[in-house]
Ligand binder design. Structure first.
Ligand SMILES: [Cu+2]
Length: 484
């Protein structure tokens, strides 16, 4: 055994003893701060940088004080990689676009933070959160490649598309997750619209992954980038904030099985188990963790509406409705600029569209079939915000759901493929249309002979030549417009 490994192994044993202490025994309260405030605390920044650097230097992947241990807990870098038997169900365990997204990641942040504290030798070290609704610019402490003394910044990752001084774009589009109508917490996949956990997961959670790009834009690789943890700490904070905002927002009832579901983050061989039930996770007195700011963001009174991008696929004869389905004439390849797709609608189909649009909870949805990333597209650094029937000129709307139906990018497409990143036929992505169609029917804006789907480019896909496709969509259709 090398000296380095020996030190790592002994440190782990000591760490297991302290980190494994039952959560109830944690006396001190850790206050997680916004990254701009955290950045002004030089000692805290130094502590975080030191912990990340030492964890990266530790090459024993099965050691919980190594960087890769936490990366692999989230997802394995390669599909062919074998999980050590004692870590089965612990590594490769992240939950996205399904139930328990929130809970699994909360336990993950909790024990990761304990590992940082142990490695830094600083029990007061708290994860910072990046509140991009207030500060959409990438935080400097993560974006500077070098420190003032010329040494490498351990919080920097050179694969990112979003670099020093750049900001996330159009992030306010997702603030509807905080609307008072969104009252139920747990996602029940596949339905996610109007449910808090699902709105967060499919909405700005994925979009921040996509726009940061590089490792962050890939489900397999995202947790290797230190900014991943500042993003997920913000996601976690917004769970706490949502519960405190109350006003009829509700978690599952006390007696439901939801609360006893438990997630583990340590090896079966570990002397003390790191595991938390959702009941424990939801009790700040048990965790000893709190946030400097627990205010839930509000949807803005008016949201910017981008102008309709040019239609790249010219219309052909109006399409009729078949079995409640309205098909586009083909697919679309999306490159480094915004584009629209126009679906011609026959008079009969238009009547049906308006009739179904007016219903609350109508099952109408846009289906993007066979969505695939090109090799350049899989590097991320961009997303497309998807809109229906955008007006030609830029404007604002009081109803953020009047045109906006969701977003697509490399992170969500790779989840859609269930980790089979070589899936030849791609994945299907679905977006509920009922809110947009209802708002447009009310505004008498559904009388056109086309439905236009727009893909508005966000982010900074660097050095991509004009005609390089990033995402290919094999076929588009609108479903749920009548009986099948
Ligand atoms: Cu994530």
């Amino acid at each position: 055994m090398q000296r380095h490994d020996f030190l790592a192994a002994t440190a782990s044993v000591a760490a297991l003893a302290t980190m494994g202490a039952s959560p109830a025994a944690t006396a001190a309260t850790i206050v997680r701060r916004e990254v701009s405030e955290f950045s002004r605390d030089a000692a805290a920044v130094a502590s975080l940088r030191k912990a990340v650097r030492l964890m990266r230097d530790n090459k024993t992947d099965t050691d919980p004080l190594s960087w890769n241990y936490w990366w692999y807990i989230h997802y394995l870098p390669k599909r062919t990689m074998v999980v050590p038997p004692e870590l089965a169900g612990v590594w490769d365990a992240c939950l996205h676009h399904q139930n328990y997204f929130y809970a699994w990641h909360r336990g993950y942040m909790y024990y990761f933070e304990k590992a940082l504290q142990t490695v830094a030798g600083d029990p007061t070290l708290a994860l910072p959160y990046w509140d991009y609704f207030k500060n959409p610019r990438i935080p400097d402490i993560y974006a500077q490649p070098k420190l003032a003394d010329g040494s490498d910044n351990s919080l920097y990752d050179d694969s990112r598309g979003l670099t020093l001084g750049q900001s996330l774009q159009g992030i306010d589009q997702f603030r509807n997750a905080f609307a008072p109508e969104v009252k139920t917490f747990p996602a029940r996949s596949p339905k996610w619209e109007g449910i808090y956990e699902g709105e967060v997961d499919h909405g700005f959670h994925d979009d921040v992954h996509d726009q940061v790009g590089g490792h962050m834009g890939s489900q397999r690789e995202s947790a290797v980038d230190p900014i991943f943890y500042a993003h997920h700490c913000q996601i976690d904070r917004l769970w706490t904030a949502w519960e405190l905002a109350d006003a009829g927002r509700s978690m599952p009832r006390d007696y439901t099985k939801f609360w006893t579901r438990t997630f583990a983050y340590s090896s079966r061989k570990a002397p003390v188990k790191w595991a938390l039930s959702i009941q424990q996770m939801d009790d700040p007195n048990v965790l000893g963790v709190t946030y400097a700011d627990t205010t839930l963001p509000k949807p803005p009174p008016r949201t910017a509406v981008p102008p309709r991008p040019p239609v790249v696929r010219p219309a052909v004869a109006p399409n009729a409705l078949q079995n409640g389905e309205l098909a586009a004439t083909g697919g679309i390849a999306l490159g480094p600029k915004s584009a629209s797709l126009s679906i011609p609608v026959s008079a009969a189909a238009r009547g049906q569209l308006k009739k179904y649009a007016a219903q609350a909870d109508s099952p109408a949805e846009v289906v993007l079939e066979g969505v695939q990333l090109t090799p350049r597209g899989s590097k991320g650094g961009y997303s497309y915000h998807v809109f229906v029937n955008l007006p030609p000129q830029t404007g604002t709307t009081a109803n953020a759901r009047q045109y906006f139906i969701g977003a697509i990018g490399s992170f969500g497409i790779s989840i859609g493929a269930h980790g089979h990143d070589d899936m030849p036929s791609g994945t299907d992505l679905r977006f509920a249309l009922s809110s947009a169609l209802r708002a447009q029917a009310a505004a008498k804006a559904l009388d056109g002979d086309h439905v236009t789907l727009s893909f508005v480019l966000r982010g900074n896909p660097k050095n991509v030549p004009a005609n390089t496709p990033l995402v290919k969509i094999a076929r588009v259709h609108i479903d749920g417009l009548g009986p099948h």
